[in-house]
Ligand binder design. Structure first.
Ligand code: NDP
Ligand code: OXD
Length: 312
């Protein structure tokens, strides 16, 4: 079995060695321009069109959870990957735990008013503040798939009211489920902390806008852990300005790296990380890919296949 690998930044030699060890009999090679030799599987991130085009692949694996970049390239170059070739993505593979750490630590930071105490410290002010109450701290998850459900699971023991919004209804214990566009207003009403874990699709672009943010509880918070394109950054700034929103924690941006001239850098109530909320963990990813290739080779069903019509 022949496997080609392409990632613009990963340590390719590590991956080739780990994949060769995990998949008995596999010949794994780094794909380089001009390589048109046979391949059964391709493992990719931001692949050049010629890497995939015209190959009779058994499957392609995206080396991340979001497949928006590959699907948008496919719109412009449908010949790159004909419909009959399945596209898989990484499901969890260690990202769930990282998202849990990120979300829980930031929710607790806001709940314990560490943002306010940090601001008071800047002014050398010793001022105990009133506690927030758990029942006033409803957490709403936009997106309740692999990562959203993991975050809900990690937040549950802390006793905050939890709700999620997705395309289809969920039955996660202790989480109120809202589904579809019609139920979005009810989901937003009373939500104090909005955590975004939606995929980037035609329906979700710009979904976190002024209209949506203004429907949240007063003094609310936003955590964007999914894609920058979900958030209208100018609307975030104006809703922070109005006082409706108290703070935001952003991991993803409309342009990455975030340009130095962005007003987000200097905003005192915007905290930021550089798209590191959950990174691909090589050992777990190799394990998942090896297991999935094993199932495909045996003609058995495997999870993680992207529905290209749905866009995620
Ligand atoms: P999943 O596909 O497992 O979950 C997506 C969720 O969004 C599902 O619950 C789905 O609903 C819901 N959804 C999709 N479209 C709509 C819609 N139009 N209306 C309402 N709900 C919708 O994805 P993951 O949880 O694995 O990942 C989520 C995203 O996180 C990725 O696409 C990626 O962009 C981002 N990500 C960011 C990282 C970072 O470091 N910042 C790292 C990894 C991922 P349903 O369940 O009904 O289908
Ligand atoms: C991903 C990401 O989608 O890193 O995996 O954002």
């Amino acid at each position: 079995m022949d496997i080609i690998f392409y990632h613009p930044t990963f340590d390719t030699s590590y991956w080739i060695k780990a994949l060769s060890e995990a998949i008995p009999g596999a010949r794994v090679r780094e794909w380089k321009r001009g390589d048109n030799e046979h391949a059964d599987y391709a493992l990719v991130w931001h692949p050049p069109v010629e890497m995939l085009q015209g190959r009779n692949l058994k499957a392609v694996f995206a080396l991340g959870a979001g497949v928006d970049s590959i699907l948008s390239k496919l719109k412009a170059h449908p010949e790159m990957l004909p419909e009959h070739i399945p596209l898989f993505r990484l499901e969890d593979t260690g990202m769930g735990q990282q998202m849990q750490e990120y979300a829980v630590s930031q929710v607790l930071h806001w709940f314990r008013r560490f943002d306010d105490y940090q601001a008071l410290k800047q002014q050398s002010r010793w001022e105990p503040l009133a506690d927030y109450q758990r029942e006033d701290f409803t957490i709403g998850l936009l997106g309740a798939g692999v990562l959203g459900s993991k975050v809900a699971e990690a937040l549950a023991p802390w006793g905050f009211p939890l709700r999620c919004w997705s395309r289809t209804r969920k039955a996660y214990p202790g989480v109120e489920s809202f589904a579809g566009h019609d139920e979005l207003p009810d989901f937003l009403k009373g939500t104090r902390v909005l955590i975004n874990l939606l995929p980037n699709t035609a329906e979700t672009v710009g979904i976190i806008n002024k209209d949506v943010l203004n429907q949240l509880a007063d003094g609310s918070y936003l955590m964007n852990l999914a894609r920058g394109i979900h958030l209208v950054e100018a609307d975030l700034l104006s809703v922070l300005e109005s006082g409706k929103l108290k703070g935001a924690m952003l991991d993803v941006y409309s342009r990455e790296p975030l340009p130095v001239e962005s007003p987000l850098w200097a905003h005192p109530r915007v905290a930021m990380t550089p798209h590191v909320a959950a990174v691909t963990r090589p050992a777990e990813a190799v394990d998942y890919i090896a297991r999935t290739i094993g199932l495909l080779e045996q003609g058995k069903p495997a999870t993680g296949q992207v529905d290209r019509q749905r866009g995620y």
